[in-house]
Design a binder for this molecule. Structure first.
Ligand code: PLP
Length: 451
């Protein structure tokens, strides 16, 4: 198709620069053009239908044809298509959503602040921390600790907190003041013979050593995803978050839960924070908040964060931060409708049920010669692919095996995604048992063809 003049593929190559893409490879291979969506499926411009096992980008939780979201957007477009909430202006959808989110929060939260993407939410969290540090008269308390393999987005600050090489190499990142500690990836990072409990204790010890080396008085916060998605769906071992929390509490360091993937049902509870017993001071939210039908994100902040910022804004005259589209009325209306649907359709119960079915089916695939590990919770999972189960090795180049498997999946009608050799599964939360069975059968076939 890409060689046909004026085809979408040819015009794409000519004009469109893609995020997260090898630009030269795109020129030779051309893009996959998705044209329409229905339920958990999307269809390309050649009429091929794919089961979207990643919900797009871990995000279209209600699938690709939820009419109630379209209706909510249309109603709001007709009533008030845009207004902002800068400098004491307001509108109903922003107020209703802020109230809803504050009430839904699993730990006491004071306020919601609205942004447009996961990256912006995380960037904003850091700017709030810096502003707060000045407000409290401790301007040196500004460093942020995140984790290797963690993913927090791509703006300059969010990319600095991300712990993946692609986001740093050739960008000259991370910025100074952004530190990384080890990932809770037990299967990959545990030392020989180390128990899960010992591994957790080691990670907590390493965090404490880093804090002491830097000086606790210089560290503002620790950020982490309840389940790390972009690093390969890393589900922390039992007790991990409690051990991390104990270290943070000891040195008066705040916790930011990056709920951009986990939020709104993905792990079987409304928030990953609940699933893992975390006690964050700030939560960043996006993706499933609108099922990605509108770009939208939010932060929830507790009183420890809000009160000093409010006082400082009073001293200076304003909190000098905010985005034109933050709290957009159409996005807010779609988010409210998404939350209503999650509750009314009892999707958390459904994720518990259908998620257990998916996890059992993926666990059964660990018998396959290429599957080194299955890990997952709720409706998010990964199969870690290896060529040698003993050494946990893949092909020569990390990610090559995962790449082949993901291509086979696509040929078999399933869009999955490999993070290195971890093949991820994060289907829309509306997926049925029968659709899970179909996805598993196609996955098995794809693995057989990869072997
Ligand atoms: N945080 C997490 C956990 C994510 O998975 C992502 C995106 O995948 C982001 C932040 C960044 O979100 P966005 O791409 O909307 O900037």
């Amino acid at each position: 198709m890409k060689d046909i003049p004026n085809s979408t593929e040819a015009r794409d190559i000519k004009n469109l620069m893609h995020p997260y893409t090898n630009a030269r490879k795109l020129e030779t291979e051309g893009p996959l053009v998705i044209e329409s969506g229905e339920g958990i499926y999307v269809t390309d411009n050649n009429g091929n239908r794919y089961l979207e096992a990643m919900s797009g980008l871990w995000s279209a939780g209600l699938g690709f044809s939820e009419k109630r979201l379209v209706a909510a957007a249309t109603r709001q477009m007709e009533k008030l298509p845009f207004y902002h909430i800068f400098s004491m202006r307001s509108h109903g959808p922003a107020v209703d959503l802020a109230e809803k989110l504050v009430n839904l929060a699993p730990v006491p939260m004071s306020k919601a602040f609205f942004t447009n993407s996961g990256s912006e939410a995380n960037d904003t969290a850091v700017k709030m921390l810096w502003y707060r540090a000045h407000a409290l008269g401790t301007p040196e308390k500004k460093k942020v600790i995140s984790r290797l393999r963690g993913y927090h987005g791509v703006t300059v600050v969010a990319a600095s907190m991300t712990g993946l090489p692609y986001n740093h190499t050739s960008f000259g990142l991370p910025l100074p003041g952004f530190l990384h500690t080890g990932s809770p990836h037990y299967w990959r990072d545990a030392e020989p013979g180390e128990s899960e409990a010992d591994f957790v204790a080691r990670r907590a010890r390493e965090l404490e050593e880093l804090i002491l080396a830097e000086g606790p008085e210089t560290i503002a916060a620790f950020i982490g995803e309840p389940v790390n998605g972009g690093g390969g769906v890393i589900v922390p071992p039992q007790g991990y978050w409690q051990a991390i929390q104990a270290v943070l509490d000891k040195y008066d360091i705040l916790l930011i839960a990056d709920e951009v993937i986990c939020g709104f049902g993905r792990t079987g509870n409304m928030f990953g924070t609940e699933t893992f017993g975390m006690k964050p001071d700030m939560m960043t939210l996006s993706k499933q908040i609108t099922s990605s039908y509108q770009p939208f994100s939010a932060l929830l902040v507790n009183e420890r964060v809000f009160a000093p910022i409010a006082d400082e804004s009073n001293r200076i005259g304003t909190f000098g931060h905010g985005y034109t589209g933050g709290g957009h009325p159409v996005g807010a209306a779609v988010a409210l409708e998404t939350l209503r649907i999650i509750e009314e359709d009892k999707l958390l119960d459904h994720v518990g049920d259908v998620g257990a079915h998916m996890q059992a089916g993926l666990a059964a695939l660990t018998g396959h010669p290429l599957v080194g590990e299955h890990r997952g919770v709720g409706l998010i999972a990964a199969l870690e692919l290896v060529t040698d189960k003993e050494t946990k090795a893949g092909l020569d180049k990390p990610g090559a095996l995962g790449g082949i498997a993901a291509a086979k999946m696509q040929a078999n009608g399933v869009i999955s995604r490999n993070m290195n050799d971890a093949l991820a599964f994060c289907p829309p939360m509306i997926i049925t048992h029968a659709e899970v069975d179909d996805m598993l059968a196609r996955t098995k076939r794809s693995l057989d063809e990869t072997a």
